[in-house]
Ligand binder design. Structure first.
Ligand SMILES: [Zn+2]
Length: 338
């Protein structure tokens, strides 16, 4: 398997004179499941002493591997981090962008640079030849290994492990939704499809759209994955429409974020999304149901909220806008208010 080839191309807009960041496009109708979209294999050499690898890319301490309780959440939702000297400044920025997906998700979690004296537990992020992460809060300098710096949502996936979450298809109720085709799994990797009994929050329904879900060919034993012959995960009757979408790595799903909120609490000030291209059945400012106007967003959101604005033209002439303190971020294209 090769590293993912996804790129995010965004134009910055400054017309509003407000803070600008980049956000990956909301869930586009796009097929996933091709082998290049799966996690690269993780060489054994990446496993630090005292740890072992489970589910393909999750590091757990040897002494409690698979036998202990749920992963440990981070105190106050704060994850201190440091970069290894082998991480370039470009890759550091890319990782910070992935962290912002969680920092601005609305869940009360924050990745914060480690400084002297600000945290005895922290993660050490380094360039490696695979992607994996220690799950939950484990210790001082616990590892995040990254090779796919070009994929924000592979990194967001690993950060989600750090925050304490397993893979979606490891849920104990997964057999209602997907079949694991054991005969197609590469020998020696069957354990990566084990169920996990001990979770942090898991109150949302099974989520085919989760950034934490494997793709349909993950760990297949086929050299050339062939639909109908090589799947390791098959969506069950009634859910077939998800078959080519499981394993997506271009956004956090609504349930990914909700699970994080359920565990760590909700940050009431943001973010809200404004997107004129979506026609939601209910405008609540979420990624799935964004506001279609600045006016509704401002009327509904508290002071100091974060607003993520889809590029485009908003016809709100005469409406009082942008008079509420907050941060406005444009994730692609130009924004024109007329
Ligand atoms: Zn993973």
């Amino acid at each position: 398997m090769t590293s993912r080839r996804m790129t995010f191309q965004c134009l910055l807009a400054t017309g509003l004179g407000v803070a600008i960041l980049i956000l990956g496009a909301p869930s586009a109708a796009k097929a996933y499941g091709s082998p290049e979209l799966e996690d690269p294999p993780v060489p054994k050499s990446l496993v630090p002493p005292g740890y072992r690898l489970v589910h393909g890319d999750i590091l757990v301490p040897d002494v409690e591997a698979r036998s202990g309780g749920a992963p440990i959440p981070w105190s106050d939702g704060i994850v201190y981090f440091e970069f290894d000297g082998n991480v370039t400044s470009t890759n550091r920025q890319l990782m910070l962008s992935a962290m912002d997906e969680w920092n601005y998700s609305g869940a009360d979690v924050q990745f914060v640079p480690r400084t002297v004296g600000n945290g005895s537990f922290y993660v050490h992020i380094q360039l490696s030849d695979g992607n994996n992460a220690a799950i939950g809060m484990q210790g001082a300098g616990q590892t995040i290994n990254i090779v796919s710096w070009g994929s924000k949502f592979i990194m967001a996936h690993e950060l989600c492990h750090t925050l304490g979450f397993w893979h979606e298809q490891s849920r104990t109720d997964r057999d209602t939704f997907v079949d694991i085709i054991t005969s197609n799994i590469e020998s020696g990797h069957e354990h990566n499809f084990d169920k996990e009994q001990n979770w942090l929050s898991q109150s949302t329904s099974y989520d085919f759209d989760s950034v934490m879900h494997y793709g349909q060919f993950t760990f297949t034993d086929c050299l050339i994955p062939t639909p109908g012959l090589c799947e390791t995960i098959v969506c069950r009757t009634g859910y077939e429409g998800w078959q080519w979408f499981i394993g997506q790595k271009d956004h956090l799903s609504s349930n990914d974020i909700q699970d994080m909120k359920n565990e760590y609490g909700s940050n009431s000030i943001g973010p809200r999304y404004i997107d004129w291209t979506v026609s939601p059945s209910a405008e609540d400012g979420s990624l799935r149901y964004p506001f279609r106007s600045f006016a509704l967003a401002e009327a509904t959101a508290p002071d100091n909220s974060e607003f993520w604005i889809r590029g485009g033209t908003y016809d709100e002439l005469g409406t009082t806008i942008l008079d509420k303190p907050g941060t406005y971020r444009v994730h692609n294209g130009l924004v024109r208010v007329q």
